[in-house]
Ligand binder design. Structure first.
Ligand SMILES: [Ca+2]
Ligand SMILES: [Ca+2]
Length: 197
């Protein structure tokens, strides 16, 4: 009885923290697929995490078998990729860490740019951790709640972004409460054991 109450309290306090949350815009068979094609903005709730997506020009666009990007009036626009002058913006309602990015149509010489906290984070094809599937992982990029992260490319590049993965960073006061709940759980278990002796 006491143990189950502690489990419920712990589960409630931990909430959206911890596990990886994926956003997929290309693979329609993926469990994390969100259809946003044709929209200039979209608010998505995924495992308790609320994300506001928007584009600076045109609309988000998925082209089957090619990729996901932005289609707009920029010079040399590819309908299935992010081109120079096009940006996808994301704002999260919790502190998160970006842990992986999944690309397509990423060829040698091209450079993707993720901008946050007024700093560029440039990715070349050589930087990709899995070249065939064009995945960039092994990162822990902290994005504070309410601040914008911008997905874009540098001139001469045209790259599709299939999706990305984040983990939610626990808030300090939540961590404190979790420790308190854990301590209460240990105390309850000890009392239970002592009674059984
Ligand atoms: Ca484009
Ligand atoms: Ca390309």
């Amino acid at each position: 009885m006491q143990k189950s109450i502690v489990s419920i309290v712990l589960g409630f306090i931990i909430g959206v923290s911890g596990s990886e949350i994926s956003f997929e815009f290309f693979d329609a068979n993926s469990a994390a697929y969100f259809p946003v094609s044709g929209l200039s903005s979209a608010v998505i709730t995924n495992n308790g995490l609320v994300v506001s997506f928007s584009v600076n020009t045109g609309t988000m666009n998925r082209v089957g078998s090619y990729g996901f990007g932005i289609t707009s009036g920029v010079t040399g626009n590819s309908t299935s990729a992010i081109d120079p002058g096009e940006s996808l913006l994301a704002i999260f309602d919790h502190d998160v860490e970006i842990t992986a990015l999944d690309f397509r149509q990423f060829t040698a010489g091209e450079v993707f740019n993720v901008i946050f906290d007024s700093a560029d984070h440039l990715i070349t094809r050589d930087d990709l951790t899995q070249k065939v599937s064009a995945i960039y992982s092994g990162i822990h990029w902290f994005i504070a709640a309410g601040t914008a992260v911008e997905f874009t490319v540098i001139p001469g590049s045209s790259i599709s972004l299939d999706g990305f993965t984040v983990t939610v960073v626990p808030e300090p006061e939540v961590t404190g409460l979790t420790a308190l709940a854990l301590a209460a759980g240990i105390f309850a278990t000890r009392r239970l054991r002592r009674r059984q002796i």
